[in-house]
Design a protein around this ligand. Structure first.
Ligand SMILES: [Zn+2]
Length: 87
């Protein structure tokens, strides 16, 4: 696979892709590092595309609720914590 990873953005198949950390830095705080793992590797917001439809874990910074949603739902649709939304 022809790809490289930096702290902020990366290329896949020669296409430049902004990472989640680069495009939505505010969501990095809510990234659930404990849940977002691939085997023994920890998946990081620096290493995923901001518009990915991959389902990942999130932790709310306000109520500490943990839930799962796609990255795309959070960035493109602006969805937040389902618990805080209900209030
Ligand atoms: Zn919440």
């Amino acid at each position: 696979m022809n790809w490289w990873v930096s702290n902020s953005s990366f290329c896949i198949w020669g296409e430049f892709i902004e990472s989640l950390a680069e495009h939505n830095p505010e969501l990095v705080c809510e990234w659930d590092y404990g849940r977002n793992t691939v085997g023994v590797m920890i998946k990081r917001p620096e290493n995923v595309a901001w518009n990915s439809d991959e389902i990942v874990g999130w932790t709310c910074t306000k109520c500490f609720h943990r839930w799962e949603d796609s990255i795309k739902n959070r960035t493109k649709k602006g969805k937040g914590c389902p618990k805080c939304k209900k209030k």
